[in-house]
Design a protein. Structure first.
Length: 129
């Protein structure tokens, strides 16, 4: 069983995430590479929110392939190319994650492999066996 931590000794999270998630010994781990907002037919939506939704759909497909679900996500690392993209990313994230929320990091970066990409998201999941 995963243990989500929001210690009272530090400030509460700024958004919907846990400060830490403890993974029990013997859990199976899944590391999901950074996913970009590109559809199976190679289309790339203009909005960061739509791109993020595609990233989360790809993460969900990886989880499913491993016999896991959103409840097994312990950490998300997300990268956007502009501060203006934070709200679109967070709207898609908040629709995707479930409570208790995973640990999370969100960074603004200068860009990705192709200039049309605005967001990339990677995940770590754990399932107690």
């Amino acid at each position: 069983m995963l243990r989500h931590l929001v210690p009272p000794a530090i400030r509460r999270p700024f958004a919907r995430y846990s400060h830490a998630v403890e993974i029990p010994a013997g859990a199976r781990l899944l590391l999901v590479s950074g996913q970009l907002g590109i559809a199976v037919d190679d289309t790339i939506p203009e909005s960061v929110e739509e791109q993020a939704a595609l990233c989360f759909a790809a993460i969900a497909a990886c989880l499913d392939e491993a016999g896991m679900g959103r409840q097994h996500i312990v950490r998300l690392n997300a990268y956007v190319t502009e501060r203006a993209h934070l709200s679109g990313y967070m709207a898609a994230r908040d629709r995707f994650i479930i409570d208790p929320p995973p640990a999370s990091t969100l960074m603004i970066v200068s860009g990705f492999a192709r200039p049309e990409f605005k967001v990339e998201i990677e995940a770590l999941a754990a399932r107690a066996e």
